[in-house]
Ligand binder design. Sequence first.
Ligand SMILES: C[S@@+](CC[C@H](N)C(=O)[O-])C[C@H]1O[C@@H](n2cnc3c(N)ncnc32)[C@H](O)[C@@H]1O
Length: 361
Amino acid sequence: MISLSGARDPAPMAGRGTYNRSSCVQAAGSAPALPLLEHAAEVVPLASAPEAIVVADYGSSEGRNSLAPMAAAIRILRTRAGADRAISVVHTDVPGNDFTTLFQTLDQDPESYLRGDDAIFPSAVGRSFYGQILPSGSVTLGWTSWSLQWMSKIPGPIPDHVYADYSRNQDIRAAYRARSEDDWRSFLVARGRELRPGGRLVVLTVAVGDDGDIGYLPMLDVVYSAILDLVDEGFLAAAEAQHMVIPIVGRSRADFGAPFAETGRFAGLSIERMDVFLGADPLWEAFRSDGDATQYARGWAAFVGAAAVPTLALGLDGGRDDPRASLFPTKMAEHMTARFAADPRPTALPLGRITLVKDEA
Ligand SMILES: C[S@@+](CC[C@H](N)C(=O)[O-])C[C@H]1O[C@@H](n2cnc3c(N)ncnc32)[C@H](O)[C@@H]1O
């Protein structure tokens, strides 16, 4: 019997620019949500000058993938509010996020939304978005991409996979699903407080397809197999492998809609638009055009290395302080790269895109 007590926090993404360099899959997946953000920026009620317009980016990581959505929103808000109107862009993430790289990205990236506009004021908040982190009624426009699938806590070990929905253990699947339901409600309650009347929030997150497909295979199978490789070679104990989990559960359209089911409203919010779609797989597309299995494999290994390996490493007996913690990412990368290269396949990436609107006053 697996104990599901003692839930832990997931780890932040890999820092020092690793996430920025290894997140082309996320950038491609978010692109179809940009038109929702642009539409929201066109119709959202704006506070009167001189009050700053606040745009919040929930779960920014190192910021590279925030540049395009923030620039798209700002372009429209600028046209509506005039050249001198102060726009405050607040990037939020967990306390351990690499905010230094975030600010360097804003300062130095040629695509930075700061270029040529002195009336934009970026800042950051290092607190979990499962609670209220910005003043009530202050946010005009919110954006969150590829972040809300991360659970507030790791519900517990998984005996036979890294991903709860691929476990054969019903109790585990139920515990992860219950956490995911609670997290979605907590997130909505907090944003319901932060948004201004009529404010909009655009969400892009991992979903379950309308056909019930959980997706994200073969990537997740490769991650689990690489962990078992490390058990086989004696680097990990079998018990440690069970504690190496990716605390993510995709949500179906029904899951997203559940809090709104009774009245159409929840926490002062309602759903303006929602659909589930399949994200592009740029690594597979590149492989199809150049046949380079090594590049394909390195791309997926880097994706997992940046986003999930820091959390998987928490399963080591000594956690972050375990003497093997510094070797673990390299060992995972070796095994994952070999496995991805041996069998390149397309990955189904079900994603949900949702626009939420706060009640008018
Ligand atoms: C996969 S990255 C997404 C980064 C970026 N938005 C993108 O689209 O590429 C997920 C981010 O969500 C953050 N995150 C996860 N749980 C969070 C929480 N409870 N509060 C704030 N940020 C969180 C992670 O730390 C990470 O930086």
